[in-house]
Design a binder for this molecule. Structure first.
Ligand code: SAJ
Length: 402
């Protein structure tokens, strides 16, 4: 029997989404170009780290509601959940969405629903609509096309997929309503209908908004450093105002969403997106600034003590308490520091992973005990209340000891 739903892309969002839909007794075929991923899932196993996902996938596969393949087959509903990276010049690359759509086009039939979930530049859904109708003109007006961005937090995906509100934008009203009825079966959060362009923009704006707010905090941290004010105390006090809610500064912004999505707006609307672009610059600059500070501190130490310091670089992940190193500013800073190292000793610490292909990792307690300079790049829980002996120089970029 053919599946009811085909999901194209079995990554961080596509696989949990497929498992959720399948857990409601809907037959799902998950499609991925990677044969290894397909084989892993068909064995009821998973290839990514995400709480509760493993259980959901193994149940869905053993119950026969989830199956994976490298090729899509005919269904009633198609979800496109593939990556949209950017090219070297920060221009969004929608070629995966296009390729996935091209695979689906021959399978489409009257009454089908086609939904893009991938983060996409404004106008992508309409572009795909045109592509579909150019190859299958007889489908015009008889299929439904919508955009519905995912907005889940890595580490809490299975819960947020169900609980979060969703924004759903069709290319026409009837498509919006069809897509809303589809998500209503799986989502407890409210489903907000709009048009496709607004839904696309909404996703980009959510992450840009966070990027801009973090940039504000990072800018404050630079000003406070020069003004000799503790930025963490300052933000804490300012946030006592009932209508102020400043985020936390750090060593830059990482991950695969917030540091990426704003470019989708800047690239298409460069003249109008001054704050969004500047926020990206401020957040990127913060990582450079941290690397420079570490260099300076090491130099000062050598001048004062007549020997090279031992430095502990604490944290590699892109945010606290995860093992994800993608687009991590901490990793970038470690790289920069090691590149400009003059044979000094460095301990690299990441308590959330056992080993790394490039860096030799050291236990956080040992590193903190042996180092002269301790740099907190990520506010992992292990680093809080760490016993640190006198005489150590501490650079806390992440507010571990705030
Ligand atoms: N960060 C700060 N200061 C803060 C908060 C975060 O420097 O006060 C840094 C983090 O250390 C990290 C980066 O920002 O480097 C991003 O972390 P995050 O926790 O803000 O976001 P992500 O990338 O894990 O997930 C985001 C979420 N978006 C928003 O909160 C608006 C999530 O809901 C989205 O689904 C996800 O991006 C996505 O897929 O777009």
């Amino acid at each position: 029997m053919n599946p009811e739903v085909v999901t194209v892309g079995l990554g961080y969002i596509g696989l949990p989404t497929s498992a959720l839909i399948a857990s409601h007794g809907t037959k799902v075929l998950g499609v991925d170009i990677n044969q290894q991923v397909v084989d892993t899932i068909n064995q009821g196993k998973i290839h990514i780290v995400e709480p509760d996902l493993s259980d959901n996938v193994s149940k869905a596969v053993s119950n026969g509601f989830l199956r994976a393949s490298t090729k899509p087959i005919s269904a009633d509903i198609y979800l496109i959940v593939v990556p949209t990276p950017f090219k070297g010049n920060y221009e969004p690359d929608i070629s995966f969405v296009e390729a996935a759509t091209n695979e689906i086009i021959p399978l489409l039939k009257k009454g089908d629903l086609y939904i893009i979930e991938s983060t996409s530049p404004i106008g992508t859904t309409e572009k795909m609509q045109k592509l579909i109708y150019s190859l299958r003109p007889e489908l015009e007006g008889v299929i439904y096309i919508a955009y519905c961005p995912e907005r889940v937090l890595p580490g809490n995906v299975m819960n947020e997929l169900v609980e979060n509100d969703r924004v759903i934008g069709g290319v026409d009203e009837v498509s919006t309503q069809k897509a809303i009825s589809f998500y209503a079966k799986y989502v407890k959060g409210r489903l907000h209908g709009t048009n496709a362009r607004t839904a696309e923009m909404c996703k980009l704006v959510e992450n840009s908004s966070r990027d801009v707010q973090i940039a504000f905090a990072n800018e404050l941290s630079l000003i406070c450093h020069r003004a000799d004010i503790n930025v963490w105390e300052l933000i804490n006090l300012a946030n006592k105002h009932p209508r102020v809610n400043i985020l936390q500064p750090g060593c830059g912004v990482g991950g695969h969403c917030i540091a990426v999505d704003p470019y989708f707006i800047v690239s298409d609307y460069p003249m109008e997106s001054k704050i969004i672009r500047t926020a990206r610059e401020v957040n990127n600059y913060k990582s450079f600034w941290c690397a420079e500070k570490i260099q300076n501190e090491k130099l000062q130490f050598q001048l004062k003590h007549g020997r090279k310091p031992i430095t502990a670089l604490m944290g590699l992940a892109f945010k606290p308490n995860i093992d994800d190193l993608r687009e991590s500013p901490a990793k970038f800073i470690v790289q920069k520091v090691l590149q400009s190292s003059n044979n000094e000793k460095h301990y690299i610490v990441e308590p959330n992973i056992d080993s790394h292909s490039v860096y030799k990792l050291t236990d956080y307690k040992i590193a903190a005990e042996k180092a002269d300079i301790i740099v907190f790049l990520v506010a992992h829980k292990e680093f809080r209340n760490l016993k640190i002996y006198n005489e150590k120089i501490i650079l806390d970029f992440s507010g571990v000891n705030k």
